[in-house]
Ligand binder design. Structure first.
Ligand code: HAM
Length: 415
């Protein structure tokens, strides 16, 4: 039979790699929970319109990267390319909430990109959305939440970049200035996509990774020079708070992000240690988005971390130690061994029971492989006497104890 292989750009997470993902999720729950975030779980499949309306028709994500298909009734559905749109849809459908709502979610996202190191077609995000706060302090707190999470993971040499994208009041003036500038360029100076973007979505030109486009736009106007007084003051406060807590950052005037819903503060965290796909996290403020999705006028800000990229920076973790391995020397002892294992787990011990009778030597090899503290050996002789052999794997010392006293014996040994 031919083997069925996984899809290009999708990966399986087996131990020990999977331990890193479990660890990241645990740290995320701990750190984001300490700021008041509550976990939400939303579907991975949504109506295509949700993403077109939020992420933006002119973005690469919507134009080229979505897994979109018609379901059996001909409705257009899309595997989520990111979490924000779905979380906001869920928030609106749940009736929204007064005051501030802090949400956390994690899971797989799907983008039809060219796979390479750190870039997958299915990847996982840890995502935070803070709704109902427009103050710059919320921006600063969200950025600090992300930074604290990355510190807890212990990832060195990360760089935080910030920008402000202005608001619907000041951005049109900047757009015009940018269009005027782009109009002065030779058509051939820009890639085909950017030639189109010049009219459809000029901001995206600043985001283009094609070296020729970056060179041609080196002298492009900077949004910082076009911010209205409110946006400038907002951004200054965010920076002042980060300065006050000595969180290092750099202003990146080209940081426009790949999604259209952002206003005011945007940010990314980059690593120099994972190749071309250097952004390990990104986010920003999206004040008009809840309303654009049919909800109330609730402001919002959030971020997402790419788990595959973070995993490239983290070593696999050792498994939690197991207490025992229950070795069975004769087939007649298999049932008793299983029941004894069950009793030990009820007492809080962690361990495995053999499903097959083997020689003591083969079992001890297995016990070593599992790294257990204790190997328990059960043969017909022990069965007849109602006892079991307890071997301390570190010292090699072997004792015989009554099966009925086994949990207590192991407890005393642990003490
Ligand atoms: P994003 O910048 O598109 O933002 O993605 C966030 C992170 O997901 C990236 O920094 C990267 O680490 C990871 N990522 C993106 N695409 C891939 C890929 N193909 N393979 C591996 N990792 C990838 C968002 O998705 C926004 N929803 C973030 C946000 C939340 N903004 C506000 N709230």
């Amino acid at each position: 039979m031919s083997r069925i292989q996984k899809i290009k750009g999708f990966s399986d997470l087996f131990p020990p790699e999977s331990t890193v993902f479990t660890h990241m999720e645990a740290v995320a729950r701990e750190v984001f929970g300490a700021y008041g975030c509550k976990e939400v779980r939303v579907p991975i499949l949504e109506r295509t319109e949700l993403f077109a309306r939020s992420i933006g028709e002119e973005t690469d994500v919507v134009q080229k990267e979505m897994y979109t298909f018609a379901d059996r009734k001909g409705r257009s559905l899309t595997l989520r390319p990111e979490a924000t749109a779905g979380v906001l849809r869920a928030f609106i459908e749940a009736g929204g909430a007064e005051g501030v709502t802090k949400l956390f979610t994690c899971g797989p996202m799907f983008r039809y990109e060219r796979p390479q190191k750190g870039r997958m077609r299915q990847f996982h995000q840890l995502d935070v959305e803070v709704l109902g706060a427009s103050a710059p302090q919320a921006d600063a707190e969200v950025i600090l939440m992300l930074w604290t999470f990355l510190e807890h993971l212990g990832i060195p040499s990360l760089a935080l970049e910030l920008n402000s994208l202005g608001c619907p009041q000041c951005r049109p003036t900047f757009h015009q200035a940018l269009r005027d500038f782009l109009g002065t360029l030779d058509d051939a100076a820009l890639c085909e996509d950017c030639q189109r973007r010049t009219t459809t979505n000029p901001l995206r030109v600043l985001d283009c990774k094609v070296p020729g486009c970056r060179e041609a736009t080196a002298a492009a106007p900077r949004i910082a020079d076009y911010l209205c007084p409110e946006c400038a003051a907002h951004f200054a406060r965010v920076r002042a708070i980060l300065d006050a807590v000595a969180t290092p950052y750099a202003i990146n005037h080209r940081l426009v992000r790949g999604l259209d819903y952002y206003q005011r503060t945007t940010f990314e965290v980059l690593s120099g240690d994972i190749g071309a796909q250097s952004a390990v996290a990104g986010g920003g403020r999206y004040d008009g988005l809840v309303a654009a999705l049919g909800g109330p006028a609730v402001p919002g800000i959030g971020f997402a971390c790419g788990m595959e990229r973070l995993a490239l920076l983290l070593p696999p973790l050792a498994d939690r130690a197991m207490d025992f391995y229950l070795a069975v020397l004769e087939e007649t002892a298999l049932d008793t061994a299983l029941i004894l294992g069950q009793t030990l787990r009820r007492h809080g011990f962690r361990g495995e029971t053999a499903f097959e009778a083997k020689s003591p030597k083969a079992h001890l090899r297995q016990a070593n492989k599992l790294g257990v503290k204790t190997c328990l050996l059960l043969g017909s002789d022990e069965m007849a006497r109602g006892v079991i052999v307890v071997k301390d794997m570190a010292t090699g010392v072997q004792t015989t104890v009554a099966q009925d006293d086994l949990a207590q014996a192991l407890g005393l040994r642990a003490a």
